[in-house]
Design a protein around this ligand. Structure first.
Ligand SMILES: [Zn+2]
Length: 335
């Protein structure tokens, strides 16, 4: 009975999956955020509170994209630091934004652009094509693994068909989804180095208020280089000079508090591939073993750097994290 309203448990799982995509997906542009927001808004505008599936026109999704980017395609000004149109892409500006920038030179408002129906329709079609080829295709891809809980790609031809119960959940959680997407979107823009000339000048309160300082982590790295004999915790290969990072074994995104035993040293390659994912069970065993064998050194050397170091507590956190992962089918990184 696919048309039933999802159980409370299923609804929560849906929300967890949204969060997972935002935390662990790779974002080469901001299109995926725009897509999630668009789907959530369209579920409200076109759907109803039932467990049925919902077929959406790509043109309608495109219209939502245009609305979102129209607002952001003007120069952002901060104090007198200059002006900048925010780069929404890892490389050159995102194609949809470029189109809109050009159109903004001709039409002073979205309303005027809409009235020019030939231009408007062409824009809708072009944006719809990009949406279909890019974010729709990659949104549910986590580190190369398919994670189709919103729609099935092979069933999305002329329309994007939300799976049964998805419309219901999007409507149920739209405020949370909007807020999550906005937060991650803003983070992306701020961290995109091409936006740095202006955004660098803004204080990074998030890091200041919640994250460990660079200095602290550098000091941890020195301890770990010794402890791991300058080898990567994951692939065991010797780390080339300076080419490493202090990795949170239980990802920071899952548990944003630093405890001494949670740190491992990884080469840049493994570190960036593991990203926000949990490592496989094999690594969990290795990590527990490391903590058991080197407990005293970790307590001795890392506690003085200002971190809570308590093996039992770190292992409790790991237990919780892996139980969450198993319950919610989180994808793990296999190294
Ligand atoms: Zn490695």
């Amino acid at each position: 009975m696919p048309d039933l309203i999802p159980t409370a448990q299923k609804q929560l799982k849906f929300l967890k999956n949204i969060q997972l995509i935002l935390q662990s997906g790779s974002f080469s542009s901001t299109y995926k955020f725009a897509l999630l927001i668009s789907l959530s808004r369209l579920a409200i505008e076109k759907g109803q509170d039932s467990g049925e599936s919902l077929a959406l026109e790509y043109i309608d999704i495109a219209e939502k994209f245009i609305e979102l980017y129209w607002k952001q395609a003007v120069p952002y000004t901060f104090n007198d630091q200059g002006q900048l149109i925010l780069n929404q892409n890892n490389g050159k500006q995102a194609a949809i934004v470029n189109r809109i920038i050009e159109l903004r030179k001709i039409y002073s408002s979205l309303g005027l652009l809409r009235r020019d129906s030939l231009v408007w329709l062409k824009l809708l079609k072009d944006v719809a094509r990009t949406v279909k080829e890019m974010p729709v295709r990659y949104l549910q891809n986590l580190n190369g693994q398919n994670f189709e809980f919103l729609y099935q790609l092979d069933q999305c031809g002329k329309q994007l068909t939300l799976l049964p119960q998805v419309m219901f959940c999007l409507r149920q959680f739209s405020e949370i989804i909007e807020e999550l997407c906005q937060k991650h979107w803003i983070d992306y823009i701020r961290k995109n180095s091409t936006n740095a000339p202006i955004l660098n000048k803004l204080p990074n309160l998030e890091q200041f208020m919640f994250e460990p300082s660079r200095n602290q982590l550098n000091a941890v790295a020195c301890v770990l280089v010794e402890l791991q004999e300058c080898k990567c915790f994951y692939c065991n290969k010797p780390i080339r000079k300076g080419n490493y990072a202090v990795d949170h074994f239980i990802p920071w995104s899952m548990y944003p508090s630093d405890t001494g035993h949670n740190f491992v040293l990884a080469d840049s390659n493994c570190n960036s591939k593991k990203s926000n994912l949990l490592a496989s069970d094999e690594f969990l065993h290795k990590w527990r073993k490391r903590n058991k064998e080197q407990d005293l050194i970790i307590v001795d050397r890392i506690a003085v750097l200002g971190f809570l170091t308590d093996k039992e507590r770190s292992h409790k956190v790991a237990e919780w994290a892996y139980a969450q992962a198993n319950e919610n089918n989180y994808i793990k990184w296999n190294g």
